[in-house]
Structures are given as C-alpha cells and as structure tokens.
Write a protein that binds this ligand. Sequence first.
Ligand code: FES
Ligand code: FES
Length: 209
Amino acid sequence: MSKKDIELEPTPETTPRKGFSRRGFLGGTGAAAGVLGTGLLEQEAQAAPPAVMPPGEAEITLTVNGQARKVSVEPRTTLLDALRERMQITGSKRVCDRGTCGACSVIVNGKVMYGCSMLAVDAVGKKIETIEAFSMGKPHPVMAAFVEHDALQCGYCTPGMVVASKALLDKHPNPTSEQIIEGLGGNLCRCGTYVGIKKAVAAAAGRRA
Ligand code: FES
Ligand code: FES
C-alpha cells in the first residue's frame, strides 16, 4: 500500500486548504444548509429569500431522480428524513446524522450535499439525485467500478461514496489523484476501503473518457 493510497482517508494534513472542503465549510458555518463542495449553493442560499413555512406539516413537492413527488413535511424535516421516512427512498444512509460522515450524500442541483444537514423545504424546486438514480437498469459505471475494485466492505458508506464519486467525475472527467482526494474529502469509510475506492474512481474515469 503506497502512501498516496493511504492519503485518500481525510486527515487534517490532507484536507485541502484552498476553497471549501465539505467538512471545512460545515465547520466554518455551523452546518447551514449542509452545503458541500465549492460553496456555490451558499451563494444561492444568500441570494434566495428564506423559505417560509407555517408550523406543523405542509405539503411540498420534491423532484427526486427526475420524478416530482408530493410529500408532507414539517419545517424541521431534513431532506434525508423526507427521502427515507416519507418517500421510502432509502439508498441514502443515516450514520452520524450530524454532517460528518457523508453516508447521506445526495446531489442537489449538481452539488453534493449532506441530506441530514439540509432541510427538505430548501430542496423544493431543485433537482435531487440519489443513489437510486445510478442503479436503475444497467449499473452506472461508477457503481460497477466499485464492485470490480472491491471498494466496499460493510457498505454503509458506499451509497454516499458512489454519489460523491459520480459528482466528482461530472466535474472532473479525468481527475488527478489530488482531485479524487479532495472530491471525496467529505465522506468517511470506517472499514478503510479508501484504496479500492480510489482505484474505482480512476477506473470509472477511464471508462467514461
Ligand atoms: S449521516 Fe449525514 S453526514 Fe453522516
Ligand atoms: S465499507 Fe464499511 S464504512 Fe465504508
């Protein structure tokens, strides 16, 4: 195992210092909206007026994996809760439930977000992609690469890792080693499958090229 392989596990030393990392951003802002990545949604959130909801449940429409679905939520309901508990879309996992591990990662308007740290009401009108979008019919190349490269053990982190990897490859079709480390810097694997994950992402990039 080379040092570079080991470096995929985020540590204070490997956490990117330029721009936003997911965990760095959350730490710096008190987890407002669970924004991950470059901070683009932070700018959108600042530009958009805050959503106003009455107390109690209200019906909203969420567009998940291309389907607009009505769902009743409270103002405090997180996107992860809306997906898992109200819509039975359970691919995104709840592990830490506090914006730390990335198991709940979903893509919202092209950005990876922690579903546990974003309110469902803040996802109204946005395009939400979950792991289910990448497993319909023929497996997505990223998912197939995870299997081929043995990039999972218990599997709890895997949906979030696949989602984050897909978003990474959308942004960087041929990522460098550093871009892979940065792109997955908000996802933790307690089983330590980082070497396989890194190989899988690189292999998926080759397939897509
Ligand atoms: S469950 Fe959301 S970051 Fe861990
Ligand atoms: S495979 Fe077990 S936490 Fe990642």
